[in-house]
Design a protein around this ligand. Structure first.
Ligand code: BDR
Ligand code: CA
Length: 311
């Protein structure tokens, strides 16, 4: 399996990369970094650091968008730390980013292997939107896209309505959702219910090795934020759940194929993801491509595989 990862690491982005890199049969063909949890300079540097930590130092990492298509950027240092990785020190990367931008790298890789590359997008969708402007046929060139983003029935996490990745670049998300990719959306609806519990976090602390221990240190910071959100010591597994759904689609137990749009104008609802969930949706004319919205997963199977990936 060949995967291009677009991300804004970010502590849960790091977990997604840990999940992918634990599988010898998964080739990460490239990583695009994007602003989001931190500036694009920091997220690019973190992607390089994480590839070294997780034993894939040869993977090309490309710097992507430094800001959304329209609005100013909004970063998340309170959730992910001033350095994007929970203020945990990791060795400075030995390698540098490639010369191409993230969008250019994705387009070149997709053209060179039509129908073979899957995309995991776990940051704002700006790089994918730019890639579509460079290559409108991209939805036919990549095999499948799994996106972490949006909140369909759940509350948002940046505003009462909007999730961070869609809220950070609503115009880009709207372009990507309309483009006709074979796209699976892993929204807050399911990621906020798929949590690493205190017991899971304690078990991780007993796993020996740099891979597990450094990731556990990242999580110490992240769980500090999420403990306030949930009122108990646990954290949401947003991005690694999307990685697992890409690699192990059988963990999805319920999903629905629906048109999904992004609100671009609302005074209070900008960035909101709107899915047509009417029971008779199919009888309403709508030429919008359908997106597979994940509704239920086998959370225990996922958490076990996540732990195995860190061993
Ligand atoms: C998403 O926003 C980011 O902060 C996380 O890395 C994740 O991709 C969750 O809303
Ligand atoms: Ca992310």
């Amino acid at each position: 399996m060949r995967v291009f990862v677009d991300c804004d690491p970010g502590i849960d982005d790091a977990l997604a990369l840990a999940y992918l890199t634990a599988r010898p049969n998964v080739e990460i063909v490239g990583i695009g970094a994007v602003f989001g949890n931190n500036s694009v300079d920091v997220t690019t540097d973190n992607a390089l650091r994480l590839m070294e930590l997780y034993g894939r130092s040869g993977v090309p990492v490309a710097r992507g968008a430094s800001r959304p298509l329209v609005q100013p950027p909004h970063l998340a240092e309170l959730v992910h730390g001033a350095n994007g990785l929970g203020d945990v020190e990791t060795p400075a990367p030995a390698s540098a980013p490639v010369e191409e931008s993230a969008a250019e790298l994705l387009v070149r890789l997709a053209r060179s292997a039509p129908g073979e590359i899957d995309v995991l997008a776990v940051g704002p969708l700006t790089n994918l939107a730019v890639a579509l402007s460079l290559e409108p046929e991209l939805p036919k060139l990549v095999r499948r896209v799994v996106v972490m983003g949006g909140a369909v029935r759940a509350p948002g996490n940046v505003t009462p309505w909007a999730e961070a990745n869609t809220s950070n670049d609503p115009e880009a998300a709207e372009v990507v959702f309309a483009a006709g990719f074979d796209l699976t959306l892993v929204a807050l609806d399911i990621t906020m219910k798929t949590v690493a519990t205190g017991a899971w976090l304690d078990e991780l602390k007993t796993v020996e090795g740099e891979r597990a221990q450094t990731t556990s240190a990242f999580l110490d910071f992240y769980v500090g934020w999420y403990s306030n959100v949930f009122g108990v010591r646990q954290c949401a597994m947003h991005d690694p759940l999307a990685a697992a759904i890409l690699l192990d689609p059988e963990i999805v137990t319920t999903s629905v194929d629906v048109p999904i749009r992004v609100e671009l104008k609302g005074e209070h609802t900008r960035g909101l993801t709107i899915a047509d969930m009417r029971p008779d949706a199919a009888s309403h004319a709508d030429d919008r491509p359908k997106i597979t919205l994940v509704q239920e997963v086998d959370g225990e199977a996922f958490l076990k595989r996540m732990m195995d990936a860190l061993r």
